[in-house]
Ligand binder design. Structure first.
Ligand SMILES: O=P(O)(O)OC[C@H]1O[C@H](OP(=O)(O)OP(=O)(O)O)[C@H](O)[C@@H]1O
Ligand SMILES: Nc1nc2[nH]cnc2c(=O)[nH]1
Ligand SMILES: [Mg+2]
Length: 175
């Protein structure tokens, strides 16, 4: 409709940017593993795709876990949150390893924001341990272990979504 302000994306609403490099991400995943090592052992890692795949690989490597499963959920179309869609559920084999309730399983995702995605996976595996690298306040209560909390109005930029580019100097004309 004419005159109506365009709807802002979650990223635009966030305002603050928190760019994460590969190095930083790897360090944060290793730090997460130190904490998880106190909680395990785990029979299997369940990665929430796609963002959970990278931390799941690092965490599984550090903890010596070789059984990795995925739960494939789509919610954000780039940065707009829509209805959650489970594209692939947890495998029967992984379910069995967790005794049907997720006991001894480790769910890994890159972050929790509103908590919508995490809440859905927790329902599937109520006794699993849920770990994320980053957490925003709304999603934080859902997570058992995380490394860094960022404010709700922060948008996290992951290294697999970004590229190096020119950044103009702070002062006009200083280039
Ligand atoms: O706590 P929430 O508000 O639910 O948001 C967190 C989820 O959003 C992102 O995934 P996304 O849906 O963008 O998909 P992707 O992992 O495939 O990038 C992120 O990887 C989490 O899974
Ligand atoms: N990359 C990215 N995806 C998200 N999905 C929900 N919140 C975020 C965020 O802060 N960064
Ligand atoms: Mg995700």
């Amino acid at each position: 409709m004419a005159g109506e302000a365009p709807e802002l994306s979650a990223q635009e609403r966030a305002g603050r940017a928190f760019p994460v490099s590969w190095d930083q991400f790897h360090r944060d995943c290793r730090a997460l593993t130190w904490r998880l090592n106190e909680v395990g052992p785990f029979h299997a890692v369940i990665a929430i795709t796609r963002g959970g795949l990278v931390p799941a690989a690092i965490v599984a490597r550090e903890l010596g876990v070789r059984v990795i499963d995925t739960v494939c959920i789509a919610s954000y179309d780039h940065d707009k949150q829509g209805e959650l869609q489970v594209l692939k559920g947890i495998s029967e084999q992984a379910m069995k390893l967790g005794g049907g309730t997720g006991k001894g399983l480790l769910i890994v995702d890159d972050l929790v924001d509103t908590g919508k995605t995490g809440r859905m996976v927790r329902k599937m595996l109520p006794d699993a341990h849920f770990a994320t690298v980053y957490a925003k306040p709304m999603g934080r209560p859902l997570v058992d272990t995380f490394i860094t909390e960022v404010s709700q109005d922060t948008w996290i930029f992951f290294p697999w979504d970004t590229a190096l580019s020119y950044h103009p100097p702070l002062r006009d004309g200083a280039a």
